[in-house]
Design a protein around this ligand. Structure first.
Ligand code: TYD
Length: 144
């Protein structure tokens, strides 16, 4: 049986330092699709009013690229490529976690009042999701 692997792994995911214009009147950060992040932005969504102890995510995307930013407060993102897991703590408005396609992600440890903004490379498409870890793992071509 051929054991093919997804071309995407945890090594392709990283925290991106976004431009920050510091100013005594307040700081300003901006994101340009294709410039500061390796995709064009088709959609923006955000999580807010997350109750203490809640977990979000729990899925992978087949083709979607995303940048996850803690606009306010903090939370953790656990990325998993089927081989390794990495936990990121996001708490700066000028940092974004780039998540490439075919990465399982879970979000937890939300501080009260936190806002998680996600920039995405495509519009919402339920067919782009793996919502079961087993199906995701099989699609990665890894042995269980
Ligand atoms: P989901 O992606 O599972 O949320 P999270 O990863 O943050 O835990 O989406 C939750 C619900 O919202 C699901 O029914 C799909 C819907 N949804 C949209 O309609 N449009 C969107 O852009 C997103 C992200 C979700």
């Amino acid at each position: 049986m051929t054991n093919h692997h997804s071309k995407f792994s945890l090594d392709d995911c990283r925290v991106i330092d976004l431009p920050k214009i510091s100013d005594p009147r307040g700081n300003l950060t901006f994101v340009e699709g294709g410039q500061h992040i390796p995709f064009d932005i088709q959609r923006v969504y955000y999580l807010y009013d997350v109750p203490g102890g809640a977990e979000r995510g729990g899925h992978a995307h087949k083709g979607l690229h995303q940048l996850i930013i803690a606009m306010s407060g903090s939370f953790d993102v656990v990325l998993d490529d089927g081989r390794r897991k990495m936990r990121y703590h996001l708490n700066r408005s000028y940092n974004g976690l780039y998540v490439c396609p075919m990465i399982w992600r879970e979000l937890d440890n939300f501080s009260s009042g936190s806002v998680c903004m996600v920039l995405a490379s495509n519009r919402y498409d339920e067919n782009d999701y793996y919502r079961e870890y087993g199906a995701y793992f099989a699609a990665q071509g890894l042995e269980s």
